[in-house]
Ligand binder design. Structure first.
Ligand code: BDR
Ligand code: CA
Length: 348
């Protein structure tokens, strides 16, 4: 296994806590050339989702069995068309796409169209896929793949967790067939949808609560690490310079995200959140993680959707809780950017 940015036990200086946090050995599986990791991506594409899906199909260490969609950044019907169009652009229309939940299990629908645009992919128009969405829904497709695949399957949720909660409630017997949930969502520190809530958790806190309580092994790739996984204007130039159709799409999506970020926060970079969850499964030494107990705030107050992350051993021991979730803490930005550029240099 490649060395992690922080070897296990080494203190992580960028950890957003008052106490000292040490890197730990990862618990998420990872794929290799000899044994590609079977994964299902559950997504709401989405600007950064689009790059995450590209990375997943480009990496030979991963075997993408399906892409399922969920309402999140945009209406689910847009997300589904985007997933189909993106896979077509990436030359992988053979990967089935199934549509999932339009809105959260409880509460109001929350969208991120002010960031991702009304259709979820900014102003980009994709060539329609020649392939139709699956007749079975997202949860049915996930259940079928979990039941029939030769080995347990890792799920990569990079949108609100509605489909995953429904899967666990409708098919509890399949939980042991989920090798791992490597999800983008949450934050030890500040949120983005609200001060407390990161978008994917805030958009369906009750679903996230079900998932984090399920006992399925989870890696949480939250804002603490994804805000280190940045692209900028130079990255857009580098993507365009690859001279490939899918890289041009990625350049356009990234440029749109950079404009929105400049408007919102005055920042000249944009975080490619969702691609970090995919990268963690393909490249074992890229993301440093530390173990936490994660609880989701489902109250109606200002902390709704917050992931309350406790990694302090003495506090955990005192309250009898266990640090069962790996939380992403650190990533090498330059290496992450190279990984994305490499991915697009191998796509059509
Ligand atoms: C997450 O929210 C969405 O807007 C992005 O696609 C990502 O999954 C980041 O908070
Ligand atoms: Ca997303």
């Amino acid at each position: 296994m490649a060395a992690s940015p922080q070897a296990a036990g080494e203190l992580i200086q960028s950890a957003p806590t008052a106490y000292r946090v040490a890197a730990a050995a990862r618990r998420a599986p990872f794929g290799t050339l000899a044994h590609p990791l079977p994964i299902i991506i559950d997504s709401d594409p989405g600007l950064d989702d689009a790059l995450a899906i590209a990375l997943a199909v480009a990496r030979p260490e991963l075997n993408v069995l399906a892409v399922t969609t969920v309402g999140g950044n945009a209406e689910v019907r847009h997300c589904t068309l985007n997933a189909l169009g993106l896979l077509h652009a990436y030359g992988r229309s053979d990967i089935p796409v199934a549509e999932g939940a339009a809105g959260p299990v409880l509460g109001e629908i929350v969208r991120a169209t002010e960031v991702h645009g009304e259709t979820g992919i900014g102003n980009t128009r994709l060539e329609p896929s020649p392939v139709a969405v699956q007749r079975e829904g997202a949860v049915a497709l996930m259940a079928r793949l979990l039941r029939t695949h030769a080995q347990p399957v890792t799920i990569v949720p990079i949108g609100p967790l509605t489909n995953i909660a429904l899967l666990l409630k409708l098919h509890p017997e399949l939980a042991p067939r989920i090798a791992h949930l490597c999800l983008m969502g949450g934050s030890i520190g500040e949120g983005n949808a609200t001060v407390s809530g990161e978008f994917n958790i805030y958009a369906d806190p009750e679903a996230a609560d079900i998932v984090f309580r399920s006992g399925v092994p989870i890696t949480m790739i939250g804002l603490d690490v994804t805000h280190q996984a940045l692209l900028d204007r130079d990255s857009v130039v580098a993507l365009r310079a690859l001279g490939r159709a899918s890289a041009r799409i990625a350049a356009e999506l990234t440029a749109y995200a950079l404009d929105r970020n400049m408007e919102w926060s005055g920042s000249a970079t944009t975080a490619i959140h969702d691609a970090v969850a995919v990268a963690h499964l393909a490249i074992p030494g890229l993301v440093a993680v530390a173990p936490y107990h994660v609880a989701v705030d489902i109250t109606a107050g200002p902390c709704r959707g917050r992931t309350v992350c406790d990694g302090m051993p003495r506090r955990l021991a005192r309250t009898g809780r266990a640090a069962t979730t790996d939380v992403g803490i650190h990533i090498d930005r330059a290496r992450f950017e190279r990984l994305l550029l490499d991915a697009f240099s191998s796509l059509p």
